[in-house]
Unconditional design. Structure first.
Length: 274
């Protein structure tokens, strides 16, 4: 693998330790673009391979092996809804996936965005209805505990709803994780995929629409209409949707402070939580 001198695989010490694992999954590849780099944790790179473009993910922890295993379990059940896994490094830190062409949903607007959101609902319903049993589980209690760890004692004040039947979920579903191609909508970035109540994915997607409206990224009427279209495509509202939507907003408020240093954004998001 040919790495530019300024690539995080060379400049980020935590990731550089596992360069050989990345080389192993794509030995004849070359870098086209860095898609996302979280310092000390992970980097996703668009690469050129002899078989066409791919996405190479390198993690500081051995997450790639589990990600590869879950995608291989889901792919036969839901087909192109999930990216095709291609290879995983011998140490489990690097994974190569197919590149999904198209436009990110977050780049669309107006009627195109609303129509695509309805299709996202259909695609998500297909994922939730498949009979795959993934090898990890996330519950409402997990969500509360995670929020408490990140936001302090206030996060523990959430009372989880009664347990719901878990289904295969994306667990980080929002417009940036959706690619809209000719005649197809596909989901990407299944790093957090897990068994969980269906309200987690549905609530998270709607909470991101709420965030777009609250922060002025999209008009209120567009996010409201898109949310209705998404639920229509999904086939209705899962149990405890309001709870999942609001705790997702609380989590986004924490991220606004942690990741973006925007307490004003956080305040706007917390104002939406009843």
């Amino acid at each position: 693998m040919r790495w530019p001198a300024d690539h995080p695989v060379r400049t980020d010490p935590r990731l550089a330790e596992w360069q050989a694992d990345a080389d192993a999954v794509c030995p004849q590849g070359s870098v086209l673009a860095v898609l996302r780099h979280v310092a000390g944790r992970r980097v996703a790179t668009l690469v050129r391979t002899p078989d066409g473009p791919g996405v190479l993910k390198l993690f500081a922890s051995p997450r790639a092996r589990g990600n590869d295993r879950r995608l291989r379990a889901l792919r036969p059940a839901v087909g192109s809804v999930v990216p095709r896994p291609l290879a995983v490094g011998p140490e489990g830190h690097a994974g190569l996936l197919e590149y999904v062409p198209g436009r990110p949903l977050r780049e669309l607007a107006g009627a195109d965005f609303i129509t695509a959101c309805e299709e996202v609902g259909r695609v998500l319903a297909r994922l939730h209805a498949c009979d795959v049993l993934l090898d990890r589980t996330w519950t409402a209690r997990s969500e509360v505990d995670n929020l408490a760890q990140r936001s302090g004692p206030g996060g523990a004040s959430w009372l989880p709803p009664a347990p719901d039947t878990p289904v295969p979920t994306h667990r980080d579903l929002h417009a940036a994780q959706v690619v809209v191609g000719p005649g197809a909508v596909r989901l990407i970035d299944f790093d957090e995929a897990t068994m969980a109540p269906p309200g987690l994915d549905v609530g998270n997607f709607l909470a991101h629409l709420d965030q777009d409206a609250a922060l002025g990224s999209r008009p209120d009427h567009e996010t409201t209409t898109a949310g209705r279209a998404f639920l229509r495509g999904y086939g209705g509202s899962p149990r405890d949707l309001t709870w999942w939507r609001e705790i997702a907003l609380a989590r986004l408020a924490v991220l606004a402070e942690e990741r973006h240093n925007r307490p004003d954004w956080a305040a706007s998001l917390r104002a939406l939580v009843g």
